[in-house]
Write a protein that binds this ligand. Structure first.
Ligand code: C5P
Length: 219
């Protein structure tokens, strides 16, 4: 079975997808990490986000490895472990711009489609149910109020030692929502056959239970 989880930043997709993958014995794929990896690459190379030709060439030689782990995945870019680097506020601030580029989407969508054919998979992102695996047996659209999503991100960043304010994080989350939902190629939207789950006020355990019930109902 394939499980697609889409939704805006901070809805809890990665957290619950990782737990579900463990419980069900599925492979987990975090596609947001791939867009973050390309953002890291463009920053490292000092490339302008508008130079589509150069970006295309760079993507063709990019070596992006995703290694599934017991509690998530490790991500390597050209041999370097960038699992932590992709989560920095600088990358979060720029990733929506990078992922709106058609050349980037085309490349990563191809890689993701290859990846998801490898068996039982739970993948999260913005266009899993609409573009990458429209044939998925289970599609969930996970959301929560912007304030709650910002609060979760803020707590995550604070725990990692980043000096950010709640207001800054809320602004970043709202900006990312806007760019993700209004871009021309594969905008963030609920697939017609996806089940909407609003996680505002719910604990992680409650969300996991809700999704498990949905998944078991489809088996
Ligand atoms: O899931 P995460 O917040 O790490 O995703 C980072 C960004 O990557 C999103 O804000 C979005 O711009 C982009 N993304 C995307 N399509 C996906 C997954 C992520 O455009 N399937």
């Amino acid at each position: 079975m394939r499980i697609a989880i889409d939704g805006p930043a901070g809805a809890g997709k990665s957290t619950v997808a990782k737990i579900l993958a463990q419980k069900l014995g599925y492979t987990y794929l975090d596609t947001g990490a791939m867009y973050r990896a390309v953002t890291v690459l463009l920053l490292k190379e000092g490339l302008s986000f508008t130079d589509e030709e150069k970006i295309k060439k760079l993507l063709q030689v990019m070596d992006l490895k995703i290694i599934p782990e017991k509690d998530g995945q490790k991500i390597y870019l050209n041999g370097q472990d960038i699992t932590e680097v992709i989560r920095t506020p600088r990358v979060s601030e720029l990733v929506a711009k990078v992922s709106a580029l058609p050349v980037v989407r085309e490349h990563l969508t191809k890689l993701q489609r290859e990846y998801v054919t490898r068996g039982e998979i739970i993948a999260d992102g913005r266009d899993m149910g609409t573009v990458v695996m429209p044939e998925a047996e289970v599609k969930i659209f996970l959301t929560a109020s912007p304030e709650e999503r910002a609060r979760r991100r803020y707590q995550e960043l604070k725990a990692k030692g980043f000096a950010v304010s709640y207001e800054e994080v809320l602004k970043e989350v709202l900006k990312r929502d806007e760019v993700d939902t209004t871009r021309k190629v594969s905008p963030l939207k609920q697939a017609p056959d996806a089940i909407l789950v609003d996680t505002t006020g719910l604990s992680i355990e409650q969300v996991v239970d809700t999704l498990l019930r949905i998944i078991r109902g489809k088996r």
